[in-house]
Design a protein around this ligand. Structure first.
Ligand code: SF4
Length: 249
């Protein structure tokens, strides 16, 4: 017999979603997803990766450098970096300490130097100097976790293997109730379930632009947002629709 002080179980994320659907609101309803995608297409047509690059290797390096750093800063560093070291072979011949001064301004330069030199060595030794175009191979390259691999696969090789989940995609997917999860890998799985595969690459680019232009981390510019009347985020700054307490970054 349960005691009077038996623990009350909190509803799981799935149970909450099921309840919301029963109450008539389903954040994952196909019609809602379609509207979100259409409005993103109208607002951010043809957006692409903001990191300057001429090949897969340069994009890989730029993406490693972009961790905890703005794309603008990375784009200031990479032209001179690739003029000085034009190929993976040039990077593979370095000691990480030799690279540090060139990338210092992007922050976390010691770890980034190790990753980039390690990546160059792996690409020279295991892949004949070519950045691999498969997820499982890319994940063996130092510095290329799933997000970085998705950037290279999507933006250079045009392969929709997954969805890039950076800080903007993380925050906005939660505000838009496309996920209730907090871990990037699980968020990616959630997005892959609700978005059509042909949108996986473009969605991330558009959301990253949206996160910079309007749906910023603090004080999002909701009054100017094309998604306003279908967004119920708890931290909206202006709203014509009801707020959902759980829809927060
Ligand atoms: S309405 Fe506000 S919180 Fe919602 S997506 Fe737009 S900017 Fe972000």
């Amino acid at each position: 017999m349960p005691s009077a002080q038996a623990k009350v179980r909190k509803p799981t994320a799935a149970a909450k979603t099921a309840k919301a659907r029963k109450n008539g609101y389903d954040p994952l309803a196909p019609g809602r997803i379609k509207t979100i995608l259409q409005r993103l297409d109208q607002t951010y047509p043809g957006v692409t990766c903001a990191l300057k690059h001429k090949n897969a290797w340069e994009l890989l390096v730029a993406t490693i450098l972009s961790a905890q750093c703005t794309d603008v800063r990375v784009n200031m560093v990479t032209p001179e970096l690739f003029r000085k070291y034009p190929t993976p072979a040039h990077f593979a011949a370095l000691k990480p300490e030799q690279l540090e001064p060139d990338i210092r301004s992007t922050g976390f330069f010691r770890n980034k130097s190790k990753s980039i030199v390690g990546a160059a060595k792996t690409i020279m030794q295991d892949f004949g100097g070519q950045v691999p175009d498969e997820m499982d191979k890319l994940l063996t390259v130092p510095g290329a976790a799933r997000k970085t691999a998705n950037v290279v696969l999507g933006s250079w090789f045009k392969k929709a293997v997954g969805v890039v989940v950076d800080t903007h995609v993380h925050r906005i997917s939660r505000r838009l109730e496309l996920t209730r999860n907090d871990d990037p890998k699980t968020i990616e799985q959630d997005l892959m379930k609700v978005l059509p595969q042909e949108k996986w690459i473009g969605f991330s680019h558009q959301i990253i632009h949206h996160g910079r232009a309007l749906c910023v981390a603090r004080k999002p510019k909701c009054a100017e947002c094309p998604l306003e009347n279908i967004c119920h985020a708890a931290d909206k700054t202006w709203s014509t629709v009801e707020i959902h307490k759980a829809a927060k970054p």
